[in-house]
Design a protein around this ligand. Structure first.
Ligand code: ADP
Ligand code: MG
Length: 224
């Protein structure tokens, strides 16, 4: 499903050059649930963003479902993401001007799903994430945990084959965190491939494999 070969990422600004990822060769089979762990700044988000087609590698190859997407332009990546990839951003990326329903609805809108279908799917996702009582609220009116639940609802609403989640329980208390992990585990059991970045050993325990990054390199792998 996911295959990287000697993937590297260098961020260049005028003064500094940061090698965020070095020589990452990684394979994730369809139906796997992989957790990525490692200290802050080691490249976890960078790797997840590339796998989720939000960014491109500087060198190396990335094959997604057999297609080499390493050189894809943004428009091609966006088209490929639609309905196939759900992404939970570390910083949520909710749209301030849209309320909870409108934020969650976005992937369905991009897919061209009709209003009645959108309404039903958003209702289901809100129910699952226990955010239905905030349907008309705007992001600034929500707590961090509520915003995180909206971000997760938006990532799962279109029932994507692949979910990438960047620290999805980072802003949740242990009860809500456990609910999110149960939701992800349930989706994975139903066939969704999941790659999750986490700081939590407890959350990583829900995965089938844990990958450790250190200083941009893949240093260890544990099958659970
Ligand atoms: P993690 O998610 O593991 O905390 P990141 O992937 O966010 O780490 O960052 C890895 C390294 O790349 C860090 O040194 C970070 O400062 C740098 N970095 C990330 N994004 C950018 C960017 N857009 N421009 C420049 N440097 C970046
Ligand atoms: Mg990060």
């Amino acid at each position: 499903m996911i295959q990287t070969e000697h993937l590297s990422k260098i961020f260049r600004t005028e003064e500094v050059e940061t090698r965020a990822l070095s020589d990452i060769t990684l394979h994730v089979a369809e139906g796997e649930f992989v957790a990525i762990m490692g200290p802050s700044g080691c490249g976890k988000s960078t790797l997840l963003n590339i796998l989720g087609l939000l960014d491109t590698p500087t060198s190396g190859r990335y094959l997604l479902a057999g297609t080499d997407v390493s050189g894809f332009r943004e428009s091609e990546r966006t088209r490929l993401r639609k309905g196939v990839i759900g992404f939970v951003f570390q910083s949520f990326n909710l749209i301030d001007e849209l309320n909870v329903r409108e934020n969650i609805e976005l992937p369905l809108l991009y897919m061209g799903i009709k209003p009645a279908g959108r309404r039903q799917k958003v209702d289901e996702a809100m129910e699952r994430m226990q955010i239905a009582h905030r349907v008309n609220h705007f992001p600034r009116q929500l707590s961090g945990g509520q915003q995180q639940r909206v971000a997760i609802a938006r990532a799962v609403v279109a029932n994507p084959r692949l979910i990438f989640a960047d620290e999805p329980t980072g802003n949740l208390d242990s009860k809500n965190g456990l609910e999110v992990m149960n939701l992800l585990t349930g989706l994975n059991k139903a066939g969704t491939t999941i790659v999750m970045v986490t700081h939590s050993q407890h959350d990583a325990g829900f995965a089938s494999r844990v990958i450790n990054l250190f200083d941009g390199q893949l240093v260890a792998e544990t099958v659970l």
